[in-house]
Each structure stands twice: as C-alpha cells, then as structure tokens.
Ligand binder design. Structure first.
Ligand code: SAM
Length: 246
C-alpha cells in the first residue's frame, strides 16, 4: 500500500512515521508513506499558499491551486492506481475501526491536511472522495489527524504486527472494548491477578475474558452495546452486572 500525505508540514509526518511499528513497516516495504509539500506547488514567487476568505471573516484559507497541482503531480507519479483521497476535517465522518479495516484494503490512499481556516471548497469538491474527522474538536492542522488515520491503517496491513491475534482480539473488532490484561508478577503491591488467568483452563479463561469485555463495555461505553449481537449468555451476564437495556 502507498499512503501519500499532502501537507504544509512534511517534517511533522516524516518524523512521526519513522518510529516504532510504522517505521519498521516502511523499512520492510510493507507500506510506502510519503509526505508531499503543498507549498512546492505554489505558483507564487513567495511560495504563498493562503489568502483572505471571500466574504470576510477571521483567518486565512488555503488556496485551491497549489492543492490541485500537488494532487495532479501525485496522480502523474502513479497514474495506474485508483486513489481514495481523504480530507482531514471536523466536518468529516468520524473515524472508526471499521473504516480503518476498509481503507486497509486499498492500494493507494492520499490524505489531504488542511491548515488555517481550512481549504477552498472548490478543490475539496474536485479531488476528495472521503471527508474524515478524528473527533468533535478542532485541531490547528490536519497532520495529527492524518497520523492517527495512517497508524490505524498501517497496523492492519499483512505482517505488520507480529501475530494475527494482535489485532483480531482488540477493542472494536467485535464491537466491544477488550478485556483487561495482566502480566508478571502475579501479585503487585498486594493486588492479585484474577485467579482464572493463572489456572491454564482455556475455556474458563475465554469465558472470563468475554465477561470482562462485556462488563468493561457496559461501564465505559454502553452506547457500543446497542450495536453488538449478544448471545443469550451475554445478555444474562450483562443483566447480572446491572445492565437493563436489553
Ligand atoms: N474552520 C474549520 C472549521 O471550523 O470546521 C477548522 C479548520 S482547522 C483550524 C484547520 C485544519 O485542521 C482543517 O482544515 C483540518 O484539516 C484539520 N482538522 C481540524 N480539526 C480536525 C478534526 N477534528 N479531524 C480531522 N481534521 C481536523
């Protein structure tokens, strides 16, 4: 997969993706991530990319030209692959694990980062296929959002994580939050690891984890329970811990 991030701050992207799992995935050629500087496509001698908004109001707006010409150069460099073009914006669809699963199947993704008050609407309508938000708050620019999206996609690519299970049992995979984890020592400052986890009894461990996952979700994100398919046993357990919305 190739991910190209259109930005005014390529170093923010390059720095962040060079570490940890994303850095290893790039080194192993499991993903290509490149940051392209929109400013390089300005036709202005001062490399200006922003201007005052028509109609007045506070702040500056990114001009459509440099964004369009930058995108055209990206298309010229890989003319034969279909591209999903995501614009990072608080107006977008809230990013979810299911969307990361969907985008992880794409061959090429382009992520457009806005800055200032945003980007001239005409070029958004022209090149963007998906508007994406990382939450109901406003960031100063799209770079951090692009990194969040990129990280959540890259970890799903084949062989990027050590074992398949690493992401198959995580929060949101089955619509629930994950169960709690414990490691050595078995007793830490007087607190013991739940006994069942030390028992080696796989069926009981599985049952304990399912129930722990259900209870966590009920306590922390009860909204998620409304969208999950629950078994009779799940429902009984949830009722036993006080969840009545069944
Ligand atoms: N004027 C815009 C508004 O009120 O909707 C906010 C612009 S914001 C200051 C600048 C840029 O940050 C946006 O163009 C977008 O790329 C990015 N951004 C801000 N909040 C975001 C969010 N919640 N999710 C994704 N991108 C965001």
């Amino acid at each position: 997969m190739r991910i190209t991030i259109m930005t005014l701050f390529p170093q923010m992207i390059e720095q962040a993706v060079s570490h940890s799992i994303m850095g290893r995935a790039i080194e192993a050629s499991q993903v290509e991530i490149r940051a392209v500087n929109i400013r390089d496509y300005s036709n202005n001698k001062h490399k200006q990319v922003d201007d005052y908004p028509y109609g007045g109001g506070a702040g500056m707006l990114m001009k459509p030209g440099p964004v369009k010409w930058c995108y055209e150069a990206i298309c010229e460099s890989s003319p034969n692959t279909k591209k999903r073009v995501m614009y990072m914006t608080p107006h977008g669809k809230p990013w979810k694990q299911a969307m990361a699963d969907e985008f992880a199947k794409e061959e090429e993704i382009v992520i457009l980062c806005g800055h200032y008050e945003g980007i001239d609407q005409r070029v958004i309508e022209d090149i963007v296929t998906d508007e994406v938000s990382i939450g109901d708050f406003v960031l100063t620019g799209g770079e951090l959002a692009a990194l969040v999206i990129t990280d959540s996609i890259v970890r799903l690519l084949p062989n990027v994580l050590g074992k398949q299970e690493s992401f198959q049992e995580e929060s949101f995979c089955d619509g629930l939050l994950e169960y709690y984890h414990y490691t050595r020592p078995a007793v830490f400052e007087g607190k013991e690891v739940p006994e069942v986890l030390l028992s080696g009894h796989h069926k009981n461990i599985e049952k304990y984890r399912r129930q722990n996952s259900l209870e966590n979700t009920y306590k922390k994100r009860p909204d998620l329970l409304e969208q999950v398919q629950l078994s009779v046993e799940d429902r009984k357990f949830l009722q036993s811990v006080g969840y009545n919305n069944i």
